[in-house]
Design a protein around this ligand. Structure first.
Ligand SMILES: Cc1cc2nc3c(=O)[nH]c(=O)nc-3n(C[C@H](O)[C@H](O)[C@H](O)COP(=O)(O)OP(=O)(O)OC[C@H]3O[C@@H](n4cnc5c(N)ncnc54)[C@H](O)[C@@H]3O)c2cc1C
Length: 443
């Protein structure tokens, strides 16, 4: 593949906080991937570029777009193993495996996310309290690296690079093939139980109590439009239906076309209050118990207007893992800062997470808190105050979600960073793979 095949366009982070004119190329054969790597020195991989933070591009790097690598290579029904190319989307993967009542349970919330992107960010789904992150479903990986060439990675082969690659933000080279250990899924319908909560503390207690059951996905939706209703909300429990499978489903493989994209943010204290009230009341009025696979697993599909309503400046998402012993102190300080700054928050949610934190991975046995903010000065100030609390209470902020996270907070919160840098610099002395995020955070 020649350097002339390189195209150029504006890439945006999903939160729209960062954009850049980016050189990109879309190889469709292994040979092309090898040839292009000889023509330049700065690369980064890109799947669907659906990351909130600019992880898959930078002003300096050529983005290697893996979308053409989306084939199913082999499938073993008896062993419940599938080998696929990394550019396959979750929708394409599930539309094949669900025919056999098989899946992986660690599915991030949008069907057009690629498997490569999910692995490089060590993504998790709603059942992360029981199923952890996607690395738990990965048997082996094949990668291509500019100077290290083709490598097979697994627990038995090149284990150190395997570990660096799971949640390694595409910095160890291009994931080309992946073998997944699939699991049975009895049904594609879910039964949803809804519980009212009146505070963040009550919500967390309920989530902790409910989230250890197998096959149930527990998370919350909480209000945060003003201090008087902060934390009031609903704990949802999605349980895989035990009834026999009635129909085969088809997950949408294409983007929804959104026509209405306002220039300014439609989200403000008043509109959020109204939207919250409607959401809260209708949930109990309709009390629909049965929910479809798409509504539960990919909740934002069909509801993309929520993101477009932030206007051209977009939004910020922050997600963090809070150690058990620090939750009460953190929430007290959070509420105190909330009263002072009165941030404009459109989404607040909690869930339980399980796993072991290592390297750059967003994973641990902790409570996970997620917040969406309108992109404005006041909110940025509030978020920088929360950054200080992350350092103070050993809270882990997500690199994947928060495009404004700074190097100081990151370095203080990711205790294994030094080890990650040591290992990756040993593996790739030239550090060929870089993104805006890896540069901003000094990885
Ligand atoms: C609506 C929405 C809901 C989401 N819900 C969740 C959720 O529930 N849980 C969660 O964990 N995340 C969630 N995410 C985040 C998402 O899972 C990650 O950002 C994911 O990486 C996006 O996949 P992508 O294919 O767009 O990857 P990109 O954004 O294109 O890339 C992400 C990273 O992966 C690397 N990468 C991509 N492909 C390869 C490859 N083949 N080889 C090596 N590196 C590669 C890139 O270099 C980059 O560092 C959500 C995102 C959206 C937009």
């Amino acid at each position: 593949m020649k350097i002339e095949n390189i195209e150029q366009k504006n890439f945006f982070s999903f939160d729209k906080n960062y954009s850049a004119l980016v050189k990109f190329i879309k190889p469709s054969k292994f040979k092309e991937l090898e040839l292009i790597s000889n023509s330049a020195n700065d690369f980064i991989n890109v799947g669907s570029n659906l990351s909130y933070s600019p992880l898959a591009f930078s002003k300096k790097s050529i983005s290697l777009a893996l979308k053409s690598f989306n084939r199913i290579i082999s499938f073993d029904l008896e062993k419940k193993e599938i080998t696929v190319e990394s550019g396959i989307t979750l929708a394409e993967l599930l539309n094949f495996t669900l025919k056999y009542n098989l899946w992986i349970p660690q599915l991030p919330g949008y069907p057009l996310i690629t498997l490569g992107g999910a692995i490089a960010t060590n993504a998790h789904g709603k059942s992360c309290a029981v199923n952890g992150t996607i690395r738990n479903s990965i048997k082996d990986i094949q990668i291509f690296h500019k100077s290290n060439g083709w490598l097979n990675l697994s627990k038995d082969e090149n284990k150190d690079i395997f570990e660096l690659t799971l949640g390694g933000l595409g910095l160890t080279g291009t994931i080309v093939n992946v073998t997944l250990n699939l699991q049975n899924v009895d049904n594609t319908d879910f039964i949803t139980i809804k519980n009212k909560v009146s505070s963040m503390e009550e919500c967390i207690q309920m989530i902790k109590k409910k989230s250890n059951k197998k096959d149930s996905f527990v998370y919350s939706w909480n209000m945060a439009s003003n201090i008087s209703n902060l934390g009031k909300g609903i704990v949802f429990e999605n349980i895989i239906s035990k009834k026999e499978v009635s129909k085969k489903i088809k997950i949408p493989e294409k983007k929804n076309k959104i026509k209405f994209k306002p220039y300014f943010s439609l989200w403000n204290k008043t509109s959020i209050s109204i939207a919250n009230k409607i959401f809260f009341e209708t949930n109990f009025l309709l009390n629909n118990k049965k929910e479809s696979f798409i509504d539960v697993i990919f909740p934002f599909y069909g509801k993309e207007s929520y993101f477009h309503f932030f206007g051209k400046n977009g939004f910020f998402e922050s997600q963090f893992l809070i150690p058990d012993g620090k939750i009460d102190e953190f929430l007290d300080e959070f509420k105190y800062l909330f009263k002072i700054h009165s941030p404009v928050i459109t989404l607040l949610s909690f869930k339980n997470m399980s796993g072991e934190q290592k390297y750059l991975r967003f994973e641990d046995n902790m409570i996970c808190m997620t917040l969406d903010y309108v992109n404005n000065k006041k909110n940025k100030l509030f978020m920088s105050e929360i950054d200080k609390l992350c350092i103070k209470y050993n809270i882990l902020p997500s690199i994947i979600k928060d495009s404004r996270l700074d190097k100081k907070t990151f370095e203080n919160c990711y205790k294994n960073l030094v080890e990650f840098k040591k290992e990756i610099n040993k593996y790739d002395v030239n550090r060929y793979y870089k993104s805006e995020t890896s540069e901003r955070l000094g990885i």
